[in-house]
Design a protein around this ligand. Structure first.
Ligand SMILES: Cc1cc2nc3c(=O)[nH]c(=O)nc-3n(C[C@H](O)[C@H](O)[C@H](O)COP(=O)(O)OP(=O)(O)OC[C@H]3O[C@@H](n4cnc5c(N)ncnc54)[C@H](O)[C@@H]3O)c2cc1C
Length: 405
């Protein structure tokens, strides 16, 4: 470790922690900054286990942090990718209404996108939809031309390189295990080392709630991990999807529904579903951490959520075990796909923030403590919005740091 004293320590070397570090370094080059990441590589969790989509900002409630930071973040991410050779493509996507009763929800989504200032949105009739996606099912659709695909892990790596080039440190294999307040500092136990910092920013993703609790800050919410599994579509059927095809989502859920996504490395993925994970970083169904699972099961957050969403939960579990049912869902979006065209693919685990009454928290949530900030809910589209989120958190962090030091 290069030093054991810092002005601001950032916990978590995912895309949000690194974007925050980069923004802090740009606005305050005088501060000693360090990112601590528990894995050997940066970006090993949500940052590299996602759909790789640059979202345009259609879905989110106008006035929410998600809406404003996503719309701002798209432009920032695309400029960043262009300047730094991060693979990306602004290919556009369609959201399709496949049943008559989905039309009002599609129109409401379109209005939301307009209210959020998403550029270029258009309603397509069936003929226009087929010009863009000849195999899509759908009565009508929204076309979002600014949506894209990108390699978010590479974007995070470039952020780390730039941060280090500006004098910041990134320590990997550096897990924060405890924290203690002294009068003017925090003493953090990082693995077996002790470091001192005047301020801490928690970007710990799936562990952000437990890190807040280590600092004595009750975030009022808990992270419940939801695994999202993808299938890959066989090569012979990749031509069925030109770009990205999404369903009309359930407005009560913060998930976008199973979609078809082309990736920057030329694959076609279908997914993700959303099922309760038995470990916070449980990418396989067999992954199990007793302590973590018991903590989930013993929280009122979980049981109140289960009471609210049990029907959706059962349907998701059924679709997870039945490939046929997953294929049927996809057949609702495109013609010509069968169960045999689906091959097991990657998975990711969402850090879903749940309030004590069981509500799934939709908006980004940031909680402040004495000498610390905790980024406790930054689900999708936080990878898209990461540079804008980083700027926002860095602004809050610097203000609070200056007031306290
Ligand atoms: C299935 C899925 C699909 C998604 N699709 C999209 C999409 O298409 N577009 C989009 O914009 N967003 C998408 N997202 C959301 C996006 O991936 C996340 O919002 C984003 O990656 C969050 O970044 P992060 O840095 O907060 O979290 P992470 O990438 O999870 O980083 C947190 C880091 O903290 C580290 N850490 C945790 N505890 C400690 C500790 N005690 N000490 C040190 N380090 C610690 C972890 O090891 C990890 O590296 C998706 C997410 C999932 C799961």
């Amino acid at each position: 470790m290069p030093a054991d004293k810092f002005d601001i320590a950032i916990i978590g070397g995912g895309i949000v922690g690194l974007a925050t570090a980069l923004s802090l370094a740009k606005s305050r080059p005088d501060l000693r900054l360090c990112v601590f990441e528990k894995e050997a590589l940066i970006g090993e969790h949500q940052t590299s286990h996602n759909s790789g989509v640059i979202h345009s900002g259609i879905y989110y409630a106008p006035g929410s942090l998600k809406a404003s930071l996503c719309v701002k973040g798209v432009g920032a991410m695309i400029s960043f990718a262009k300047e730094n050779g991060v693979p990306f493509e602004q290919c556009g996507k369609v959201i399709v209404a496949t049943r008559e009763e989905q039309r009002p929800r599609l129109r409401a989504l379109f209005e939301r996108g307009i209210a959020n200032g998403v550029p270029g949105l258009r309603i397509l009739n069936r003929t226009e939809l087929l010009e863009l996606e000849p195999h899509a099912e759908g009565l009508e659709a929204i076309h979002s031309p600014t949506t894209g695909i990108i390699d978010f892990r590479r974007a995070a790596e470039v952020m780390a390189e730039k941060f280090k080039a500006g004098g910041g440190s990134v320590e990997t294999m550096a897990k924060m295990v405890s924290a203690e307040h002294t009068g003017s500092e925090l003493v953090l136990k990082i693995g077996r080392m002790e470091i001192r910092t005047k301020y801490l920013i928690n970007c710990g993703g799936l562990y952000s709630d437990t890190i807040a609790l280590m600092l004595g800050v009750e975030p009022g919410v808990r992270i419940i991990p939801f695994r999202g599994e993808y299938y890959l579509i066989r090569n012979e059927k990749r031509h069925l999807v030109k770009n990205l095809i999404y369903p009309v989502p359930d407005p009560d859920l913060p998930f976008l529904g199973v979609h078809l996504t082309r990736t920057v490395d030329g694959k076609l993925e279908a997914g993700p579903n959303a099922i309760l994970a038995t470990a916070r970083e449980g990418y396989r169904r067999s992954d199990w951490k007793t302590g973590e699972f018991l903590a989930t099961l013993s929280s009122p957050h979980f049981w109140n959520m289960a009471r609210r969403y049990w029907k959706t939960g059962i349907l998701e579990c059924y679709r997870a075990v039945s490939k046929r049912s997953f294929a049927r869902e996809l057949q609702g979006l495109i013609k010509g796909i069968s169960e045999d065209d689906l091959v097991d693919g990657p998975s990711g685990v969402r850090a879903q923030c749940v309030a004590e009454d069981g509500t799934l928290v939709h908006d980004f949530k940031i909680v402040e403590g004495p000498r610390s900030i905790h980024v406790v809910n930054v689900p999708s589209p936080a990878a898209t919005a990461s540079l804008a989120i980083g700027e926002y958190i860095a602004g809050l962090g610097i203000k609070s740091y200056d007031e306290r030091t």
